[in-house]
Design a protein around this ligand. Structure first.
Ligand code: SF4
Length: 184
């Protein structure tokens, strides 16, 4: 990948909302190409850096996972407010993915079942104020904030992620076609 004329490194932030980190693992699977990427970008808030809040001027946000609780909403809005381009990264971010399988169930009834005491006579649902409030459903990212690009796949392959990033970082409109474009 040729470095763009502008020597400023692009600031990239990544997060996992209601995801399994599989999309981040696939990202790391670009392997030695990470060194090429490191010449062009610097990571802001991300599991890669362990920075907890993104700074105000990010160029690119990669969002893994759907939106299942109040903290997810807060994090997602912060990324949207501080990023020029936001990408729904992987099936869970694009359409809710596996976590959205709970969407046809009643959350209250699920919690009651899971946290029933061993003798079944009562429930002990955790209610510590530190715990983020669960939403009634798991929402795709675009139902909460504006999304610039959707990158499907569970997870998108390392080659797909690389093609997407190199298109974007060198100023081309990302174009993912078969066989890199997958929805499973
Ligand atoms: Fe995990 Fe697949 Fe969701 Fe990515 S899309 S967070 S790999 S379940």
């Amino acid at each position: 990948m040729n470095a763009p004329m502008n020597p400023r490194k692009l600031r990239v932030t990544t997060t996992s909302l209601s995801g399994c980190f599989g999309c981040h693992m696939s990202f790391l699977d670009i392997d030695e190409r990470l060194l090429e990427l490191a010449a062009l970008v610097e990571f802001d808030r991300s599991p890669i850096t362990d920075i907890k809040h993104c700074s105000q001027h990010c160029d690119l946000a990669l969002v893994e996972g759907g939106v299942c609780n109040a903290e997810n909403v807060h994090v997602l809005r912060e990324l949207r407010a501080n990023s020029k381009i936001l990408v729904a990264f992987g099936a869970c971010a694009v359409n809710g993915g596996l976590p959205a399988q709970r969407n046809h169930l009643d959350v209250g009834k699920c919690l009651s079942q899971v946290y029933r005491t061993p003798d079944g006579s009562a429930t002990a649902i955790p209610d510590d104020p530190e715990l983020p409030l669960l939403l009634d459903k798991v929402y795709p990212v675009n139902e909460v904030v504006r999304v610039d690009y959707f990158l499907p796949g569970c997870p998108p392959s390392a080659d797909t992620i690389w093609k997407f990033l190199t298109d974007l970082l060198t100023g081309r409109t990302p174009r993912i076609e078969h066989p890199l474009l997958k929805f499973d």
